[in-house]
Design a protein around this ligand. Structure first.
Ligand SMILES: *[C@@H]1O[C@H](CO)[C@@H](O)[C@H](O)[C@H]1NC(C)=O
Ligand SMILES: *[C@@H]1O[C@H](CO)[C@@H](O)[C@H](O)[C@H]1NC(C)=O
Length: 356
């Protein structure tokens, strides 16, 4: 009897110790996360498997793509370079070395400069002759931890996302597991040389785009599977509404298309097992403590998908590679002269697809 009591006490002590250990040492303090039962069911068409591979082998993880007035295509790769492709001869040039593995969103400014989000360094500008300056590395006295995508408005201000003020690029999956809104939409004012917070408490704000006549801005909340619309002009100025929700994947970068619609890259962040884990804060706490385990369950986003959404928030079409055979982890889609250019964190090329 005595020894049974001893064993029971010991087991209880160990269990309590474990609970305490997990509560104190887990890097996250999670909320349960449930995903939308996606109302937008699109059958797979594998059209993304038809891409041409541009710059294959010289572009490691080209996350975003943008094109300037002359048709030069820019991308930023994991080796810290801004690389570009000349429109005349199609050759790739390693143009400007910024350094570091965390180069993300790119945009061309009206003046022809390249705006670059480096998750770690903040919002940067690369002039036409390759001079790099930092526009914004902090906001309200705190370092920007996860600059993600930027867009310049016609008044010269730059809107950009800070996906998380708690976790950096390497730990993006912890932000998803924690499921608390740590992200913000920021605005850099070039005249005052100051950055301010436009929207806070966003769920991993990622892509940012302006509508064709700049009356609103779209910001994508990756693990909420939705994008918000923020009015910049008119009677709703300063108000926020849902632009599209229940997306069939986590929206990443978004880009305005020539016809006024938008292309949004979707990350397939879900699997049956993971959906269960997301419901349990305790399971997530434990998982977050073991990086190797975490890496194993982290969705390896095999499916690639992009969606074309009208300015009214209605889906026009979806293109995918269901198996991830040719393209996976597609993070951006840019339409230019009848073609779609696709960036990805897990390919070594930029995909090019005729839209006809
Ligand atoms: C391609 O064109 C660019 C710009 O005109 C030039 O600088 C570059 O040397 C050319 N590359 C090749 C391989 O011809
Ligand atoms: C803008 O402000 C930053 C500090 O926030 C400073 O380092 C930089 O030199 C300023 N740029 C200009 C053009 O004044």
């Amino acid at each position: 009897m005595g020894s049974l009591l001893f064993i029971a006490t010991a087991v209880l002590a160990v269990a309590l110790g474990l609970v305490f250990h997990v509560a104190v040492n887990s890097p996250i303090s999670p909320l349960p996360l449930t995903f939308p039962s996606s109302t937008l069911q699109f059958p797979s068409n594998d059209l993304l498997q038809r891409v041409d591979k541009m710059g294959e082998g010289v572009l490691e993880g080209p996350e975003d793509v943008c094109v300037d007035d002359e048709g030069t295509l820019y991308t930023a790769t994991r080796d810290g370079w801004i690389k570009r492709m000349h429109p005349i001869n199609g050759s790739w040039e390693s143009w400007t070395l910024i350094g570091g593995p965390s180069l993300l969103g790119l945009a061309i400014s009206t003046a022809g400069d390249l705006l670059v989000c480096d998750a770690d360094m903040g919002l940067l500008k690369v002039s036409k002759d390759g001079v790099v300056t930092t526009l914004a590395s902090e906001v309200d006295g705190a370092k920007i931890r996860f600059a993600d995508e930027a867009i310049e408005a016609s008044d010269g201000s730059v809107y950009f996302s800070d996906a998380s003020d708690k976790f950096g690029l390497d730990d993006w999956f912890l932000d998803v597991l924690e499921a608390r809104p740590h992200g913000r939409l920021l605005k850099y004012d070039p005249i005052a040389n100051k950055t301010s917070v436009v929207l806070s408490d966003l769920c991993f704000p990622n892509g940012v785009a302006l509508s064709a006549d700049q009356d609103f801005l779209i910001v994508c909340e990756t693990w909420r599977f939705r994008c918000l619309k923020y009015w910049l002009k008119g009677e709703h100025k300063g108000e926020t509404a849902i632009f599209i929700d229940n997306l069939p994947g986590g929206p990443d970068n978004i880009n305005l298309a020539p016809d006024g619609s938008f292309w949004i890259a979707l990350l397939s962040l879900r699997s049956k097992g993971l959906d269960l884990i997301h419901r349990s804060p305790v399971a997530k706490r434990v998982l977050a403590m073991f990086p190797t385990l975490r890496e194993r369950v982290k969705p390896m986003v095999s499916r690639a998908a992009v969606v074309n959404v009208g300015a009214d928030g209605k889906v026009i079409r979806m293109l995918d590679d269901s198996s991830g055979k040719v393209l996976s982890f597609v993070t951006s889609a840019v339409e230019y002269k009848g073609h779609l250019f696709l960036g990805s964190l897990s390919t070594n090329f930029v995909g090019k697809l005729p839209l006809k």
